[in-house]
Design a protein around this ligand. Sequence first.
Ligand SMILES: [Ca+2]
Ligand SMILES: [Ca+2]
Length: 274
Amino acid sequence: MLAIRTRRRKAAALAAAAALAAVAAPSLAATPATATTASAATTASDYDSTYYKDAIGKTGDSLKAALHTIISDQTKLSYSAVWDALKATDEDPDNSGNVILLYSGVSRSKSLNGGDTGDWNREHVWAKSHGDFGTSTGPGTDIHHLRPSDVRVNSVRGNKDFDNGGSAVSGGGGSLTDSDSFEPRDAVKGDVARMIFYMAVRYEGGDGFADLEANDRVDNGSNPYIGKLSVLKAWNDEDPPDAFEERRNQVIYDEYQHNRNPFVDHPEWVESIW
Ligand SMILES: [Ca+2]
Ligand SMILES: [Ca+2]
């Protein structure tokens, strides 16, 4: 996978250079990508000279501030519209009738969305109670951190902070939990971390919503914080973005919110800001 990513990035860099050399080259960011080809046709580097141009070269708090401005320019969804959006963003690449469930890794029919045992529902990776934003349009409907989850596994996660350790979650695909934290399966640890970091940058106290931030605790309750920062940073390193996560970011950008998760494009920005 890393070799493929490297080749893609080299190809993208060559393509970007060619585009810059062309007098009337159209904006790459304005080029629509279809759901099936998004991850193969585009990479983060395509956006450095366009979408991220005001952030490139910055570090720390000034990088965070620049990214906040960039990603806050977005379309906002209603909570009911989230169902159909997740059917597109989290589609099983091997079965277009299914979605992949975040924590369990199970492929389940798109039509089994609902609230009964055996259904999948809309998991808020940044738990709603941490900042009390509910499901009104805003952080509670931001699909960058909303993912299909098995109803029962979702309830086991509840509003726990993220940390290592615990006992196996039944049907959780290798996820662990204890009294005060939840550890997702290895394949989505980085995904979870990058969703949390997106939320911390996107929501800075404007629009009537709390300033969401990551901290290094697991007892955050209803405070607008989610832990555990040091563990989330490690997960970002251990599980870099793969084709599924990159495609998801692209579909959200092209078809729904028209903003990006900067940490899927540039995982190294986590270390610069935190
Ligand atoms: Ca992953
Ligand atoms: Ca924040």
